[in-house]
Ligand binder design. Structure first.
Ligand code: CDP
Ligand code: CDP
Length: 219
């Protein structure tokens, strides 16, 4: 599968990874994998099944046996539509707590690699370029200032009719950045062979075009 192109987009919470990765995948008619959704699904399963979130083997078991179906932009867990329920900050926070465990990460590795199918894959997360697809065709580290990311999350929530508070969102972002960047296993970091894209003052269209330009330049 090594000859199948992969574009990895890693970066902190609310930097626009999912939005950009999906648009780039659509442009290139590539497959798309939201790796964060897998960690969120494990977190949701933990909440639903009352499993102790410090029990590594139990969590690995959940991660290995996730019964998940990806349909375009919707997601099913055990036949139930969880597209929206995995997006809460409660789920994001628990995802980042369980994502520190080696056994959980190992359990999700093959499932992620299986998405590398012709004609190509665009994937986003924290360690897609550093660990999951080290031989990726193009690696991007997508970021924006914490304030800008809090604003983006705020707008996203308000548009969905969900109440939100900028200060709380900013606090959540600082907390998750710190936890994801300082963990021992697969921390969020810009790899050596990775292009840094600071999107603080860029539109979605500008970012998509820049990723496509970088991809066309390296393939
Ligand atoms: O996947 P991640 O958490 O990194 O971010 P997202 O949910 O894809 O994006 C957060 C929000 O930022 C979305 O509402 C996007 O429309 C918006 N946005 C963006 O993604 N890129 C920009 N350059 C500007 C805004
Ligand atoms: O959308 P947002 O960027 O806030 O989060 P996400 O991409 O859905 O990921 C949720 C959490 O899962 C992150 O805070 C990470 O701790 C973890 N994660 C990870 O460890 N490795 C990945 N490849 C993707 C997500």
């Amino acid at each position: 599968s090594d000859s199948i192109p992969v574009i990895t987009i890693d970066g902190p919470s609310a930097s626009g990874k999912g939005t950009i990765a999906q648009l780039v995948a659509k442009k290139l008619a590539f497959h798309y994998l939201d790796s964060g959704a897998l960690y969120r699904l494990v977190a949701l399963s933990v909440i639903q099944s009352n499993v102790d979130s410090t029990n590594e083997s139990a969590l690995a078991d959940i991660a290995l046996n996730l019964n998940v179906r990806f349909h375009d932009s919707s997601l099913q867990l055990n036949g139930e539509d969880v597209t929206n329920s995995i997006r809460t900050e409660e789920c994001g926070k628990l995802a980042s707590i369980i994502a520190r465990q080696l056994k959980v990460r190992a359990a999700l590795l093959q499932r992620q690699r299986a998405f590398r199918q012709p004609p190509g894959l665009v994937t986003d997360g924290r360690d897609m370029g550093t660990v999951v697809f080290p031989d990726a065709t193009l690696k991007i580290f997508l970021t924006a200032s914490a304030e800008e990311r809090a604003q983006r999350r705020y707008k996203q929530l308000i548009e969905k009719g969900i109440n939100a508070n900028i200060q709380t969102l900013l606090q959540d972002i600082y907390e998750r950045d710190a936890r994801d960047s300082t963990r021992d296993i697969s921390p969020l970091k810009q790899g050596e062979d990775t292009k840094l894209l600071d999107t603080t003052s860029l539109s979605i269209e500008e970012v998509v075009n820049e990723v496509l330009r970088l991809y066309n330049a390296c393939r």
